[in-house]
Design a protein around this ligand. Sequence first.
Ligand code: BGC
Length: 414
Amino acid sequence: MTLKTLSAVSGMAIVASTAALAEPQAEVLHYWTSGGEAKSVAVLQEEFAAGGGTWTDMPVAGGGGDAAGTALRARVLAGNAPTAAQIKGPAIQEWFEEGVLADISAVAEAQNWAEVLPEAIAAHMQCDGTWCAAPVNVHRVDWIWANAEVLAANGLEMPTTWDEFNAAAETLLAAGIIPLAHGGQAWQDATVFEAVALGILGAEGFRKAFVELDMDTLTSEEMVAVFDQMRTMRGFVDSNFSGRDWNLATAMVMNGEAAFQIMGDWAKGEFIAAGKVPGEDFLCLSTPGEGFLYNVDSFAMFEVDGQDKQDGQALLAELVVGESFQEVFNLNKGSIPVRTDVSLDNFDSCAALSSADMAASNESGSLLPSYAHGMALRGAQAGAITDTVTAHFNSDMSSADAVQMLADAIANSL
Ligand code: BGC
């Protein structure tokens, strides 16, 4: 039996047994371990239990999911894949090519995912004509978060250009406040870098550099300017930034130790979990420049034996794209629903801004996949960029040398 026929057969079995109400099981590997993230994943665990399922939690701490990715690879190589794992972007295709993903087309078709999901997002969830992952949300990456009181006390507004950001940061430094809460972990460096790059290169330049890997753009004067801005920002972080977790950086903004954080809207999940109110306690604005960097979390299911596990996969897939989960989960997570038919009435002003900007960017062609969060490139190329960004941020490397290193690293990764 070919892999494809196998998947088709197991897909049919999933549907048949869901109807027979077997006891679904799922061991779920994920990296949602911060305050806001844990509250969010608890929603899924509750819905799974309410659907008659037994959830075995396999959380792997580590923002951005690098550690979870390593743990997943070890499990699959050992022939002991979890039933489901939080995987996204091109990594879904990479796992599919290894022949280890289960086909969830039966659920996707029964629930009409093709109709309720935006086309670009649906494309990430499809492998060779079948559905191979279930999308959870749309996170935006290019955000600045700020402590409202700190800004007001220093006569500052949210910056709308990088020059304004730099000027505000200088004012804060003079007032003894850390301008930028940052955690020195490679994925956080990459998160700040891609927001700066979007602002300086523009949407088309970003696409050329980080989606198409166009060498002219990667080695352009504008890319030198991106690294210049990163060097400037290195002066705005405190001396204890190395290794700090992203949610601890968010806490620094919450308690007024720092003014700003550049981070995806999972940071909003932390503010909300701590009872903070957007527009009052904290402010959100997209980072300077046009465009929208999206980051869609999703679950892929692995080929596993056992009807109970296959039923668990079907139940999980059905729940995550379900309307009720889409609303409650995303209220906690800081993201917006991935379905186009879920009302945003109960969502806050940051979510409303995200949704409006996403629609406008989609129209203008500036809706772009996040490279730093694994949506734009395969692992080797994304890793090559991030290695350069981190090496530059943590040394006195010149911008020109960083651009050269970037070009070499990309060329070697292809
Ligand atoms: C994920 C988010 C997660 C964040 C921090 C991102 O890559 O998409 O779901 O909250 O990393 O771990």
